[in-house]
Design a protein around this ligand. Structure first.
Ligand code: PEP
Ligand code: MG
Length: 574
């Protein structure tokens, strides 16, 4: 038996035979053809695009027939394939440079992949994966190779591959996929996102996987701990079968909680918020009490230019419609740090996370800030919209942000454009300097929400994007919980609403601790709602208070996790 380790990106446990997927890649050698072949080569490229488009249309059709809601991924591939700008560049490379069509395709696609690939943001990384996928498809057609995919598996299998393309994951024979394990990739890679949405257990980033596993070999994939066991012994198989049953049982139980309110077992209400990063509808709008974090960056990141006031206004209205009367907290633009825009150059900084990010950037670019504030204020006339500022580090930041809102309001008044005069203004608490003076901040804002993702990185001085220091990035450390307790006390004292909208708020174990600190609002991604509601329902407020006190008295993250793990086990929840 061999045990290999990676990152668990989609939870679950699977056991079964390995299916090794090694699609052959296309080798492209640079070369030029004689001038007289120009028309024929151009036609060759056009025919390949047409054939690739037909393949994609067929896949979309099949996915639609089977009710697969991820057909949009393949539709995006069709859009890339038919992108006029790229097609024109490829035509240019064939006609002017006399490059063979496969060479021209590779040259142009590689250029865009390199441009987007430098941006460390999951949205852009997804786009890069899509582009690789599409260019691979055109090259395969041009080179006359047969399509290879996972749409017909020999039987229930654990797929092992170096990497999976978005189209591999979208088109695979899901009824027969027990699990996925790959050599590269991590939490935010495309295959991880898809595996989560299909609820397929997946462990990515396992080095030397394909050198170790053999086709058809029995394996156990533990996508709770992030490891895979090849040819396990009988006892281990039994142990994992029990673990798998227990996990599925707990997941089934959790699902029942989705439609219920967030309540502690003694009936105390915990408001459950939804975090969103787009203006698309999602099912979880139904099961939340409010939208606690509307990350507005997506509007900027999905666009090839600065979105206009009108574009933003329309997007905000769409979200308010989905929320159907539930309050929505719109967070103003948070770029900088790891998030950049292709059409807007940010300064090159030594430490972008400590640099001109979010509110700091908005202060430096008053017109950009004003455009968003005007759009948000106009939308506030049509629904319950709150405004929240990210990366607030001082009272001065709060005052400056309020002034900017005042200016935008005054302009709209002059123009007789309606907006909510009493719109609530709040802050993200994610920089330790503002957490430390939370009671003063509480006097100057209508509400706040704790951004535990950044708070953890700044408190522990550990870059949240740097895998080399992830052991130092400890969101369950007693330090994080003590700061949270302090903030909770300050806002309770001031009688101002406080929520947590970082990842911690969507973690069932942390949610119980937060409830015990007196936090009554937590906002999270829709996927976490059922399990958080389930966990809360297992504890009384008194029990949660005791847990929170105990956690704040411990000395390390390890002790905290061990302690909460034990408490959860006693209540029979994972
Ligand atoms: C946070 O920092 O916890 C947060 C919610 O914001 P983001 O992850 O977008 O920085
Ligand atoms: Mg943040």
């Amino acid at each position: 038996m061999v045990k290999l380790e990676g990152t668990a990106v989609s939870q679950g446990i699977a056991a079964g035979k390995v299916y090794i997927y090694r699609p052959s890649s296309c080798i492209v050698e640079e070369g030029h053809f004689p001038q007289e072949e120009k028309e024929a080569r151009l036609a060759e490229f056009d025919a390949a695009v047409k054939k690739a488009a037909e393949e994609l249309a067929e896949v979309i059709q099949k996915m639609r027939e089977t009710g697969d809601d991820k057909a949009e991924i393949i539709e995006a591939h069709l859009e890339i394939l038919e992108d006029e700008e790229m097609a024109e560049e490829i035509h240019g490379a064939i006609a002017d440079e006399l490059l063979f069509p496969d060479c021209a395709v590779k040259k142009v696609y590689d250029k865009y992949i390199a441009l987007l690939g430098n941006i460390e943001d999951s949205l852009f990384q997804e786009r890069v994966a899509d582009m690789r996928d599409v260019s691979g498809r055109i090259l395969r057609v041009l080179q006359g190779k047969k399509a290879q995919d996972l749409s017909a598996l020999p039987g229930p299998s654990i797929i092992a591959a170096h990497d999976l393309l978005p189209s591999d994951t979208a088109t695979m024979d899901k009824r027969n996929v027990l699990g996925i394990v790959t050599e590269i990739g991590g939490m935010t890679s495309h295959s991880a996102i898809l595996a989560r949405s299909y609820k397929i257990p997946a462990v990515l980033g396992v080095p030397s996987l394909l050198d170790t596993l053999k086709e058809g070999e029995e394996c156990i994939l533990d996508a709770l701990e992030g490891c895979i066991y090849s040819s396990p012994e009988v006892e281990l198989k039994q142990e994992f079968e029990d673990k798998r049953k227990c996990y599925l049982d707990s997941m089934n139980k959790a699902e029942h909680y989705l439609e219920q309110e967030g309540l502690l077992s003694d009936g105390q209400k915990i408001e459950i918020g939804l975090n969103i990063g787009s203006d698309q509808w999602c099912e979880e709008y139904r099961y939340c009490d409010f939208v606690g974090l509307f990350r507005s960056e997506f509007l900027y990141m999905h666009s090839s230019h600065m979105p206009s006031e009108e574009d933003q206004y329309k997007a905000y209205i769409r979200v308010l419609k989905h929320a159907a009367g539930k309050p929505v907290t719109l967070r103003t633009l948070d770029i900088g740090g790891d998030k950049t825009l292709s059409y807007y150059s940010l300064p090159k900084e030594e430490n972008p996370f400590l640099g001109k990010r979010a509110l700091r950037l908005c202060f430096a670019e008053p017109e950009l800030f004003k455009t968003q504030l005007r759009a948000a204020l106009r939308a506030s006339a049509e629904g319950r919209l709150n405004l929240m500022f990210p990366m607030v580090g001082s009272l001065e930041d709060i005052r400056k942000a309020r002034e900017a809102v005042e200016e935008a309001k005054e302009e709209l008044r002059q123009e007789r454009v309606p907006f909510d005069e009493n719109i609530k203004l709040g802050i993200m608490i994610e920089i330790p300097s503002i957490a430390e003076i939370a009671e003063l901040a509480a006097k100057e804002v209508d509400f706040a929400s704790v951004g535990t993702n950044d708070l953890t990185q700044y408190l522990h001085a550990a870059d949240r994007m740097n895998a080399d220091v992830c052991a130092y990035y400890q969101s369950f450390s007693p330090s994080v919980f003590r700061v949270l307790r302090r903030i909770a006390g300050a806002f309770r004292e001031a009688g101002k609403p406080l929520s947590v909208c970082g990842e911690l708020g969507g973690n069932p174990k942390a949610a119980v601790v937060l409830a015990g600190m007196g936090m009554t609002k937590m906002s999270m991604s829709g996927a976490n709602m059922a399990r958080v509601k389930q966990a809360l329902s297992a504890f009384t407020f008194e029990e949660a208070v005791q847990i929170a006190e105990a956690v704040c008295g411990l000395g390390s993250q390890e002790e905290v996790l061990e302690y909460i793990g034990r408490v959860f086990k006693e209540k029979d929840i994972i």
